[in-house]
Design a protein around this ligand. Sequence first.
Ligand SMILES: CC(C)(COP(=O)(O)OP(=O)(O)OC[C@H]1O[C@@H](n2cnc3c(N)ncnc32)[C@H](O)[C@@H]1OP(=O)(O)O)[C@@H](O)C(=O)NCCC(=O)NCCSC(=O)C[C@H](O)C(=O)O
Ligand SMILES: [Mg+2]
Length: 303
Amino acid sequence: MRITRSSRPPVPRRSALSIPAINQRALDKAATLAADVFILDLEDSVAEARKSEARDNLKRFFGGLVRRDRGEWVIRINGMDTAHAGADLETVLACRPDAVLIPKVESPRDILDVADRLAEADGAEAIRIWAMIETPRAVLNAALIAEAAHTPDARLEAFVIGLNDLRKETGVLPQAGRQHLLPWMMQILLAARAYGLDALDSVSNDFRDLEAFAAECRQGRAMGFDGKMLIHPAQIEAANNAFGPSAEALEEAHRIVSAFAAPEAAGLGVINIDGRMVERLHLRQAEQLIAFADRIASGRDSA
Ligand SMILES: CC(C)(COP(=O)(O)OP(=O)(O)OC[C@H]1O[C@@H](n2cnc3c(N)ncnc32)[C@H](O)[C@@H]1OP(=O)(O)O)[C@@H](O)C(=O)NCCC(=O)NCCSC(=O)C[C@H](O)C(=O)O
Ligand SMILES: [Mg+2]
C-alpha cells in the first residue's frame, strides 16, 4: 500500500516545548501554555546525579492534577545505550504519556527494542514512539529507521531533528540560515514522509532573539516540517503562527473547496481558478488544511 500523508488525520504539532523534568516550576507552568506538545525531558537537561529525582518528579506530575485535555505529552528518555534507559522506560509505563521520545536513535533496532518493551508491558498500542534524529549515522539511516514504522507494533509516529548533537558530531558551526545542515534536514524530512511520519524541526538555542527565531520557523515551515521543538515559552507563539495555517492559506483553501463544489466542476479533474490550474489533489490538500485549522480551533476552545 502506498503511504500518503493525507491518509492520516492531521494532528497539530506546531510547537513542542521541552521542559526539564527536574524543573518543578516549569512543569507546573506547562498546562497554562499554548504549546501543542510538551516534551518532558529526562535526557540532556537533567544532570547525571539527578536522573532519579527527575523520574520521581514525572511520576508525581502525571499522577497529579495536570490538565491533559489538550496537547500531547511526551517523555524524552535517555539513550537506550545508557544505564538510565531501563528505569526511564519504567517511568514511561507508570506515567503513560502519549509518546516516548528516544534520543540518538541510529537504527530500526533502537525503535523496535522500545516497541517490544512497551508491548510486553501494556499490550495495546497506547504509547506511541517518537525518535530524535541527531547523529551522522541516524541521518544516513533515516529511511531505514522510518521504515521501522511498518513493522507490526512499531508505534513510530514522528522524527524530531536534534541539530545541537548533529553539529557537535559533525563540526558544522551554528550559522544563521543553517545552509550546511539543510541537505541533511531535507533527507530526514523525505525519509519521514516516505513512511507517513511527522517531522519536527530542531530547537533554536537563542531564545531571546525572537526575530531570528520567527525566521527560522518560517524556514522550517517552507521545508515542510510540521512544527519545531522549543526550549522556552517565549518561542511558542512564533512556532504556532509559522506552522499553523495562515489566514490567506485558509481563505484559498475555502475558495478551492467552493470551486470544486460548483455544478460546473462536477466530473472535472482540473479547473481554472483565476488563471491557475487547480487539481483534485489540491482539493484534498485544501480539505486537510481546513480540517487542521478546525482541529487547532477545537484545541483552543478546550484550553
Ligand atoms: C534555557 C532555560 C534554562 C532558561 O530558563 P530561565 O533562565 O528560567 O529563563 P527565563 O527566566 O526567561 O524564564 C521565564 C519563565 O519561563 C519559565 N520557563 C523557562 N523555560 C521553560 C520551559 N522550557 N518550560 C516551561 N517554563 C519555562 C521559567 O520557569 C520562568 O518562569 P517564572 O519564574 O514563573 O517566571 C530554560 O528555558 C530551559 O531549561 N529550557 C528547556 C531546556 C531543555 O529542555 N533542554 C533539552 C531540550 S534541547 C534539545 O533537545 C537539543 C537536542 O537534543 C539537540 O541535540 O539539538
Ligand atoms: Mg540532542
